[in-house]
Design a protein around this ligand. Structure first.
Ligand SMILES: Cc1cc2nc3c(=O)[nH]c(=O)nc-3n(C[C@H](O)[C@H](O)[C@H](O)COP(=O)(O)OP(=O)(O)OC[C@H]3O[C@@H](n4cnc5c(N)ncnc54)[C@H](O)[C@@H]3O)c2cc1C
Length: 318
């Protein structure tokens, strides 16, 4: 408790104790974190990680928790949440800069209001810009990495460094950040000048398509399995394979393969992380037996001591 009191005295942001992680996950699943902190600036981020390392307390950085499954036990450590408190931005012609916590749909809208094109595809992605960079997320065949100029990050020596687009090593739903300890702090994008009405109309079309395709009435984490275009060409998108295998509506505990889109697992109300893991492994077993394809998940699983792994690696059955 002394360790935590020291941290509170340091005034490193808004601090919550025994915070239910279900409140910070779009699946609404997860036990309590010992501490959750929402810092306001880079100095506070560095202070938190320095102190945690010194005290050997695990830390996990999150954005909006829309691509994460927290374990049922929660976290014996500190969640560093980069969200609203850390979401300032500047616009300088076609170059825009934003802190990692900015909410992606809000930022896409701000850019469109300024006649800047490049982030239309992300209008319906409900996470932060930092999370989007980490995942190299996107839609409609586009990825955020396409328009990145620079990413500023805190490295494991507590220095603020920057990486060029090349150094970010973006590929389909991959970035260098997934294999490192960098904390993404600030992002510079290079947009194109565009006609406001055209940009807005494209965003409306994207949002309408998503409304029709995705199950928005139950908590979920978006697509569970990677829809890698190369694999899709050989087989088919994961949602189609799961649907053809007759698994739509399949349920374990409170977790269900969505009736609307088979690459979504929804929380019907009382799902646990264990239910989701069991359903993920069941899908992988059936799809492997039927098509010989090992599905991989884009969702990350956070263990009780702060380990971060792809969800398909948890409780493997084959
Ligand atoms: C309904 C729905 C629809 C979705 N549609 C799409 C889609 O069309 N395309 C798509 O790509 N994704 C989609 N997603 C998934 C998700 O929204 C994106 O991956 C999003 O970019 C994740 O952002 P986040 O802030 O929620 O990240 P989180 O889920 O909080 O974190 C994701 C990962 O990034 C790491 N991370 C987050 N912020 C930082 C940081 N600042 N520094 C270092 N590491 C960090 C976390 O540790 C974690 O490993 C969807 C999700 C939902 C719920």
């Amino acid at each position: 408790m002394d360790k935590i009191n020291n941290l509170i005295n340091k005034k490193v942001g808004d601090i919550y104790l025994k915070e239910p992680l279900s409140k910070h996950s779009s699946w609404r699943i997860g036990g309590p974190a010992d501490v959750l902190i929402e810092p306001y600036n880079i100095k506070q981020i560095i202070e938190i990680v320095q102190y945690a390392d010194l005290m050997k307390i695990p830390t996990v950085v999150i954005g909006n928790g829309t691509n994460l499954l927290f374990c049922d036990e929660g976290l014996r450590g500190i969640i560093i949440k980069l969200g609203n408190n850390f979401s300032r931005y500047t616009i300088n012609g076609k170059r825009v800069c934003a802190e990692a916590g900015i909410w992606t749909p809000k930022f896409a809208k701000i850019l469109s209001d300024n006649g800047l094109s490049g982030l239309e595809h992300a209008i319906g992605i409900p996470g932060t810009l930092g999370g989007l960079i980490f995942m190299n997320g996107g839609s409609s065949g586009k990825c955020i990495g396409d328009i990145v100029k620079k990413v500023w990050a805190v490295d494991k020596n507590y220095d603020l460094i920057y990486l060029s687009q090349k150094e970010c090593d973006f590929s389909y739903r991959k970035s260098v950040f997934q294999d490192s300890d960098y904390i993404i702090c600030k992002i510079e994008l290079e947009c194109e000048l565009g006609e406001k009405e055209r940009i807005k109309s494209e965003m409306r079309t994207i949002l309408n398509n998503r409304k029709n395709k995705f199950p928005l009435n139950y908590p979920n984490c978006g697509s569970v399995f990677l829809s890698n275009p190369v694999v899709n060409d050989t087989f088919a998108p994961p949602g189609k394979l799961i649907e053809e295998a007759g698994l739509k509506g399949y349920q374990i505990g409170g977790a269900q393969i969505s009736e609307k889109h088979a690459n979504f697992i929804v929380n019907l109300g009382n799902a646990t992380a264990k239910d989701v893991i069991s359903i993920v492994q069941y899908i992988r077993k059936v799809v492997y037996q039927r098509y010989g394809l090992c599905l991989e998940s884009e969702v990350k699983y956070v263990g009780e001591l702060g380990s971060l792994r792809s969800l398909h690696e948890i409780g493997k059955v084959e």
